[in-house]
Design a protein around this ligand. Sequence first.
Ligand SMILES: NC(=O)c1ccc[n+]([C@@H]2O[C@H](COP(=O)([O-])OP(=O)(O)OC[C@H]3O[C@@H](n4cnc5c(N)ncnc54)[C@H](OP(=O)(O)O)[C@@H]3O)[C@@H](O)[C@H]2O)c1
Length: 274
Amino acid sequence: MRLLTGSARLAGVIGWPVSHSRSPRIHGTWLERHGIDGAYVPLPVAPENFAAVVRALAQAGFAGANVTIPHKEAAFAVCDRVDETAHRAGAVNTLVFTPQGIEGRNTDGYGFVANLRAHGVNPAAGPALILGAGGAARAIAAALQAEGAAVTLCNRTQDRAEALAAALPSAKVLPWGRRAEALGDYALVVNTTSLGMMHNPPLEMSLERAASGLAVADIVYAPLETALLAEAAQRGLKPVEGLGMLLHQAVPGFTAWFGVTPRVDEELYRIVAA
Ligand SMILES: NC(=O)c1ccc[n+]([C@@H]2O[C@H](COP(=O)([O-])OP(=O)(O)OC[C@H]3O[C@@H](n4cnc5c(N)ncnc54)[C@H](OP(=O)(O)O)[C@@H]3O)[C@@H](O)[C@H]2O)c1
């Protein structure tokens, strides 16, 4: 058993609710693997208490925290400094407490791109079609653009896709009803909506018009294989599952808080998927 000392490093995940979060398992596996004197804990915090809790954690000696739904925009506001990734995403999912103040980063886009690469997919291979226009879509669109990919946004509520496109350097918008017929124009399609997630309806999207070699990424990770990914596999396209994104987005936070760059591998995938 690994016992903490009085100088243990501390971090956690702030959410509301937070009991569904897999982050304690990811970071706990890495802490164990590297024999680090540290802990990573779930922190259920209601929205009205968020800013006060973040400041208190910094004052209590925490090294930092991840931030999940519904706090990512509030986290942006509480930071003293945010980096380029957080600016582009308009949201923060990783807080690092430093002697100079609270630093905010957004590692969702990094995690998405790292997971594409881990699946052998070049993020800049061609134009990308992003389904959805919420927080995750924004981080992913910005990260793909930073890699050099042309991005098209397609969302049920078109106004939100247009607003997001206007906030990005150059992004196109496709009407939601045309998502399947336009597929042939893209090298990558990404589902960033909550459709396909457990207890939600499936994403209705035929892949019949896909060009051969289309990469089909779904950032939903419960279930691990969504109907979209199953169809992609069946058609011989390149499915990219969402759990890998979650694992990769955790790497920069762990490195900043605990001073070791951890590995994303099959064993971690199995532990977190269980
Ligand atoms: N793998 C990972 O590491 C990772 C990271 C972040 C998020 N996620 C997952 O990504 C998903 C989205 O997260 P988010 O933070 O971006 O959420 P969000 O900001 O609430 O956005 C939700 C998106 O889903 C769309 N949507 C919801 N219900 C729909 C329906 N019935 N038909 C069509 N579109 C619908 C919304 O469209 P409207 O604008 O029309 O409402 C919006 O574009 C969640 O499932 C989340 O768990 C995964």
